[in-house]
Design a protein around this ligand. Structure first.
Ligand code: 8X3
Length: 250
């Protein structure tokens, strides 16, 4: 019987690439995001090979998260895999110059949003005594860098939540995988720099950055591991990247 995965942030970047990778492994997909048109396009692309449904909500809206996930028809309710991929960086500046609205966006999306979605899914996994949760952290959750205090803090929280989930959920047959990517070229930097594409492009200049597909391949590896194997934590850096902000550029 094929498994069912719910993926947040599926309309772009790592979430989208994970949906594509899972489809290759015959995993049925609940694609979640804020942009229905993008989700529809992906659904059309992937439902040749697997069953696909979509849910539109903003992970920061707790009620919307609950309503959307509860609205799933019976045949979609037994979620085997949750991928918490929704998340963003907003701004990159010394903390004294930081915009509290950016802080709220990162804390609400990267921490609270991840918790709200997980809360809507975990009780069912516990009842079925099986499941796998994949949380998208970042190398920024392991190494704080200048000008990124709040983003790094939000990802450090994801690291702690992954560890805490594993402590509480392993006894219920639920695996937890924490994935910490380094420099991945997606819309990430365009969002961080509020649409400034030139500044975003500079982040990836002079080296080959990771692609969303590189990260999706590792996520697929973790969820395809045999039952007796838990891939607990994966850090993935670009080939030219030694640490979060140590990148050897040509
Ligand atoms: C994204 C990667 O290097 O900007 O989480 O922190 S980095």
């Amino acid at each position: 019987m094929s498994r069912i995965a719910l993926i947040t942030g599926a309309s772009s970047g790592i979430g989208l690439a994970t949906a594509e990778a899972f489809a290759k492994h015959n995993i049925d997909l609940i694609l979640c995001g804020r942009r229905q048109d993008r989700l529809n396009d992906l659904q059309k692309q992937l439902n040749q090979s697997v069953r696909v449904t979509t849910l539109v909500f903003d992970v920061r809206d707790r009620q919307a998260v609950e309503v959307a996930i509860q609205s799933l028809p019976e045949e979609w309710q037994a979620i085997d895999i949750l991928v918490n991929s929704a998340g963003n960086a907003h701004g990159l500046s010394p903390i004294q110059d930081g915009d509290p609205e950016d802080w709220d966006l990162m804390i609400d999306g990267n921490i609270q949003g991840l918790l709200y979605v997980s809360k809507a899914v975990m009780p069912g996994m516990v009842a079925r005594q099986r499941g796998h949760i994949v949380n998208l952290s970042s190398v920024a959750g392991k190494q704080t860098y200048a000008n990124g205090a709040v983003y790094c803090a939000s990802k450090a929280a994801v690291e702690a939540i992954s560890e805490g989930m594993r402590l509480d959920l392993t006894q219920h047959g639920i695996k937890v995988t924490n994935v910490a990517p380094g420099a991945v070229e997606t819309e990430f930097s365009v969002v961080r720099f509020k649409g400034d594409a030139e500044r975003a492009a500079k982040v990836y200049e002079g080296f080959d950055p990771l692609t969303a597909q590189d990260i999706a391949d590792s996520i697929a590896y973790a969820v395809m591991a045999p039952a007796h194997v838990t891939i607990a934590d994966i850090t993935i850096l670009a080939g030219a990247q030694a640490a979060a902000t140590t990148i050897h550029r040509k």
